[in-house]
Design a protein around this ligand. Structure first.
Ligand code: FUB
Ligand code: ZN
Length: 679
């Protein structure tokens, strides 16, 4: 592993001859962090033991692998639904590669090798790799167009497939040291770079990700063309002349693809949320590597717009089902919330890059919120049932029919399950970062890590029961002592009376409980720097830092501009957003009122939902008598569970936002109303 890391550094450094521009803050590789955490380790294991095998099994049983075999043989008929189905194999290989470095597994490794051979055989001699055309170029998939690339701007996903191939190849090479998938990816990337460019073909890729993938190949090889082509693709947006830029229809205006304006003139998070998140992440990469101020200004502004106007309280993005896209400012309805799991994953990629650019904890606050709530809600506790969209409420009334009240094993469009296989094992890589003589602690995940700070090893052991308990212990052991450096520990916004950066959500009351930090048992004063408690010391072996974060149940209110949440509260404890589910609340949650002054207790329930901290209260509940003539309220026990854990015990009501009082009563007729999803 060491050899590969070294190689990565050498390649980029030598090609840019000392003028290396890059992120000022450096991620500490996931391979340097051995997770021991009672929340995350079981999730990493289940991803390895269940999710990845189930995913590969489905790639086989649905015909995704067969598509590659047919492409190699140039015979047969593309046998799955979407031209981007190839990417489910790439994403699962990426996840499995990360996972192999956590859990060595010869059988899995051999299986991946066999898949890579099939992928290689499906690649055309010039590097083109896209089974939806190669199987039978005379009759390609209808989204693919009669010739290569002609439908790339709209639906073909040729460059999307390429991007996921590059991401997988990077992970596979990085984790295993094998070049097999990397060589396939480089051959494809060389073709892409020979086809597209300022004096060649022009296109704004229809679904972004090729840009991030090319940057990763640049990092491995140091080949400037890859970075230049990534930058070219980003700069291509907003120049297509065929749109009606005044149209309100995002497909007609190009906003669906973030193609209505040049990226440096885009200031709002718009269009398909996964596409958008991948674009903004790539803009961060290219801004870091080229110093492009225009890109930086655009993503800073788009981030502010997203966080202050377009994000659900559990971190979910993309409110609108039609087009799986961002809505207007403050358009965050609960009953129809879309919140694709992939959009949360894209948000993690983007927010981490924003942190690496700016070193500010607010980006990690959003990343943490997304990770513990709206992202892992997409994954069932069994590791093999999933949500594609993540609802904000399920009501069993005639007036509501929700999008996805139940988890599924797989979807025709199965982007989310396979995206989860790759995100979960990469989580250890978000725990620490560093810059000069500063170590940043970003996530509180029990683990043992060895970082190299200015050529000297520092071991950090984290012990905690986060996210349930706010008592965090860090044992710091520099290899050579004494060692002077700064330890910067993120103090989450929620521990400083801030529900989110900016003002989309606020706590209903202010808490006077402050985080406390002790070093070797003694409380210390600390300076706050961009959201981090900075401890400057000469460290010795086994120095012990304790951070006590106040874990109170907090009520959240939304900005009044969000119509659907007016007068309502949501619940948070630590980083975890809660919901009420029918199972714990007499079969119903849509009749629960949570007054602003409701008092909560919390308790850890080891036997429930794989171990969760539940929160309890006594609150008014609306009841209708049997005659249907009388409405009243009674006080009842209310139990809330972490939002991420809902829909693991059958089908029924769920609520995140609860009314604080009764304002009005809607007398419903018995006519059902239906909602439809369109993509
Ligand atoms: O288009 C590829 C993937 O399919 C998108 O990222 C998802 O939103 C789904 O539409
Ligand atoms: Zn998805």
């Amino acid at each position: 592993m060491k050899k590969i890391l070294l190689l990565l550094g050498v390649c980029v450094a030598t090609t840019t001859l000392g003028q290396v521009k890059d992120y000022p803050f450096k991620a500490v590789s996931f391979t340097a962090v051995r997770v021991t955490d009672s929340f995350w380790l079981p999730r990493l294991r289940i991803n390895h033991m269940v999710t990845i095998p189930a995913s590969f099994e489905r790639c086989e049983s649905t015909g995704r692998v067969r598509n590659f075999e047919m492409a190699a043989a140039h015979s047969g008929k593309f046998c799955t639904t979407f031209p981007f189905d190839d990417t489910d194999i790439y994403k699962t290989i990426e996840g499995a590669s990360f996972s192999l470095s956590l859990f060595p597994d010869k059988k899995l490794s051999a299986y991946i090798d066999s898949l890579i051979i099939k992928i290689g055989k499906a690649q055309e001699p010039d590097g083109y790799l896209y089974t939806a055309r190669t199987i039978n170029p005379a009759s390609p998939h209808e989204w693919a167009g009669t010739e290569r690339w002609i439908k790339e701007r709209e639906l073909s996903h040729e460059l999307y497939n390429a991007g996921h191939l590059y991401e997988a190849a990077f992970a596979h090479y990085y984790a295993t040291g094998k070049r097999s998938l990397l060589d396939i990816a480089l051959k494809n990337a060389d073709l892409v770079c020979s086809v597209f460019g300022p004096d060649k073909k022009h296109v704004a890729p229809g679904h972004e990700i090729v840009e991030m993938g090319l940057v990763k190949l640049y990092r491995i090889t140091g080949k400037k063309e890859y970075l230049e082509t990534a930058k070219f693709f980003i700069s291509e947006r907003g120049h297509y002349m065929g749109y009606d830029t005044n149209s309100k229809d995002p497909w007609k205006s190009g906003a669906y693809w973030q193609d209505n304006k040049p990226v440096t003139e885009q200031y709002e998070a718009e269009g398909h949320a996964v596409r958008a998140g991948y674009l903004y992440a790539a803009m961060a990469d290219v801004a870091a590597l080229t110093g492009d101020e225009g890109l930086l200004h655009a993503i800073d502004t788009i981030w502010m717009n997203m966080v202050s106007k377009k994000m659900y309280v559990q971190g979910g993005l993309g409110a609108v089902p039609s087009g799986e896209r961002f809505g207007d400012n403050y358009e965050l309805p609960n009953a129809t919330a879309y919140n694709e799991t992939c959009a949360s994953i894209a948000s993690v990629y983007w927010n981490y890059r924003m942190f690496l650019l700016h070193g500010d904890s607010k980006y990690m606050d959003i990343l943490e919120k997304t990770l513990y709530n709206g992202l892992i809600s997409g994954l069932g506790l069994d590791g093999k049932s999933f949500f594609y969209s993540n609802a904000m409420e399920i009501k069993n009334s005639f007036s509501h029919k929700n999008l996805e009240p139940e988890r599924s094993g797989w979807f025709d469009c199965s982007c989310c399950p396979t995206n989860l296989t790759r995100l979960i094992p990469s989580i250890p890589g978000y725990v620490y970062a560093q810059k000069d003589d500063n170590i940043y602690v970003n996530l509180f995940i029990a683990s043992n890590a060895t970082l190299t700070l200015q050529n000297r090893a520092v071991n950090i052991e984290q012990q905690n029961s986060y996210p349930w308990d706010g008592d965090l212990v860090f044992k710091i052991s520099p290899e050579k002592t004494p060692a002077a450096f700064n330890l910067l520990i993120r103090i989450p916004g929620w521990a400083q009376n801030e529900a989110v950066p900016l003002d989309l959500y606020k706590f209903t009351t202010s808490s006077d409980k402050k985080p406390v930090i002790k070093v070797n048992g003694q409380p210390v004063e600390y300076e706050m720097k961009k959201g981090y408690a900075s401890l400057t010391r000469t460290w010795k072996k086994n120095d012990r830092v304790e951070v006590l974060l106040p874990m109170e149940v907090r009520k959240i209110k939304a900005n009044e501009m969000i119509k659907d949440d007016i007068g309502k509260v949501a619940l948070q404890r630590g980083p975890v957003i809660y919901c009420g589910e029918w199972v714990d609340n007499n079969g119903k949650t849509s009749n629960i009122i949570i007054p602003y002054d409701a008092v909560f207790t919390s308790a850890y329930e080891p036997g429930m939902l794989n171990g969760v901290e539940v929160i309890n209260s006594n609150v008014p509940v609306v009841v209708i008598d049997e005659s249907g003539q009388t409405v009243s309220t009674v006080q009842r026990k209310f139990t809330a569970i972490p939002y991420y854990a809902w829909a693991n015990r059958g089908k029924g009501e769920m609520m995140v936002w609860f009314p604080g009082k009764i304002n009005d009563i809607d007398l419903l007729t018995d006519r059902p109303v239906s909602n439809t999803i369109s993509k």
